[in-house]
Design a protein around this ligand. Sequence first.
Ligand code: AMP
Length: 293
Amino acid sequence: MTTAARLRAESARLLKEKGGSSQGLVPTMGALHEGHAELARTAVAQNDVVVVSIFVNPLQFGEAADLERYPRTLEADLALLDAVGVDLVFAPEVEEVYPGGQPTVRISAGPMAAKWEGASRPGHFDGALTVVAKLLHYGMPGAAGAELPTYRAYFGQKDAQQLALVQRMVADLNFPVEIVPVPIVRSADGLALSSRNRFLSAGEREAALVLSRALRLIEERANAHQPLDLESAQALVESQPLVELDYFDVVDPRTLEPLAENCRDTPFRGEGLAIIAAKVGPVRLIDNVPLDS
Ligand code: AMP
């Protein structure tokens, strides 16, 4: 369905018909793969009614060319979501979401959005949070009987900074929704699934494996309570000529602030998140691994 009015009517009807008490939303930009399927599957397992949204949000793209190039595979997406057992797919046109043109009032993602992904994509997270706020409103369940239904929304840990910012927005602005993080889905060789992987040549795809290998090194050291020795893992990435490293660091998973230097040079204990971003050929890739030891 393509309109918010139909979505509201249909989700209310379904929730009532099923005698349900919970609704889940999975926001996506389409070009779905097994990572998105895992989000949808988790939502289906936890909720009576599940809505997946497919919307390529112009607000979060810096360059028009990048927006135009974004893959669109609606037929295949609908088949995948049907197989997973999703109840409703909301795929609005840009005019439905932004009827008056670009919104003049937007979410300001704040200082956490200025670094890492935000540093190379100015305005990206303001645009992303603005559409997530709108999608969270579209997907909100109507009242079912005396109790307010439980409302959950599902986000991949693949986009760790987006997840941290969505959690922050929901807490800071009191959105009545529980944010459920879903672990990264990888291909067998370790590459994190991404809609953009299709733009990698065979050689670039092979080269891209150094990202997950470097992260795994860090994870193994954390699990063994060793110093993380970021430098040697970084050298592994930099030894690959097709890979242009942007950042590689270990941060606090909630604030995304780098962990103190001594966590890298002394045995690692506690919680962290190793994050990496690099350009491989024409494609910017991100990946991360949670550390807990
Ligand atoms: P996108 O369509 O790329 O905007 O992604 C929609 C949602 O799917 C986001 O919450 C992503 O974090 C999540 N996602 C994308 N790739 C993966 C993956 N490989 N594993 C888990 N979640 C993912």
